[in-house]
Design a binder for this molecule. Sequence first.
Ligand code: C5P
Length: 397
Amino acid sequence: MLAGRRILLIIGGGIAAYKALELIRLLRGAGATVAPVLTRAGAEFVTPLSVSALAGEAVHQALFDLTSEAEMGHIQLSRAADLVVVAPATADLMAKLATGLAPDLASTLLLATDKPVLMAPAMNVRMWEHPATRRNRDVLAADGVRCVGPNAGEMACGEFGPGRMAEPAQIMSAIAAALGDGPLAGRHVLVTSGPTHEPIDPVRYIANRSSGAQGAALAAALRDLGARVSFVTGPAAVPPPPGVDVMRVDTAAQMLQAVQGRLPADAAVFAAAVADWRVQDASAQKIKKGPQGPPRLAMAENPDILASVARMAEGRPRLVVGFAAETEAVAEHAAAKRARKGCDWIVANDVSPGTGIMGGAENAVTLITAEGAEVWPRLAKDEVARRLATRIAAALT
Ligand code: C5P
């Protein structure tokens, strides 16, 4: 799959460096060649011997190494590859590139390269969530640096949360996508996400508890498989992922319009928690409290965006996927919904308060297709997204 491709792999200092060894193995198995670079901190976790033995090439470690500068200067090294991958990418390496510092070989290569850069961050949860790291992430994303992971889970330091480096197989998918070789390369996928806000008056609205986390994770996973993603999102708590084409809306009516404006698509996934009803005549002025008592709000039905796309006579996406948030008889209700809306798949989940799924980090879904119901184990929303994206890719090929 990566035959003839050359990857410059920078291994930073973190416990996840051991996974970089597996990544080298996978890259070479897929036909790529690997030019390995080990930072000083990286060499505390994996040995140069292991890295060069697996890569089948000498490992580059020092900026001012006269032998290697004579053989191949760092500028040439940074450009001879098709892609630069940093795995693990430490908070320190990210900060250096975000600010343009180049005190060592790895950071100099990152600054000198004219090739795309993919980072697989790995660090303690608090370091990942520190405002400085967040700032650096935003700067790097704006500079076009791609990111895969980190995943949420148990960390070597004993804490729990986002910070674990993406698994080597996941990094492989992101590498293929960055090289334009992913299974969804050339495909356009539309994703809706987040809640909608239906105005009562200029300051009040009706909303729901959707965070938009599952939709954002799905958009990122589809992007990582090479898709061009149009992401139509309501006012979500979770920011849209970098590298997707974002369209922000408030109401269901606006969402329908945005979706129609983004078609045609090869697949459309409706993860948004769209309000079923809106206030029929939202007041143009703030409704005043007074002796007349509370207002009586007449409600009107919102358009069903999923059903309208699933039932398109012409130009229907080949695959239309809906979500179903249920609190009881999940599989039965979802199967009925699939038939009623005319979509191909329904991703059903139980959002009863006790599950912690709405607004939480995990999801337990049942995938309803024409073949029947598949119950998936409870997984991180990122993992649900990756599985679903892989299934979507398989259905489109
Ligand atoms: O009918 P229900 O809201 O349970 O259906 C959920 C599915 O339908 C989700 O995929 C959601 O994004 C979609 N939907 C929609 N437009 C609506 C209501 C729901 O696209 N007005």
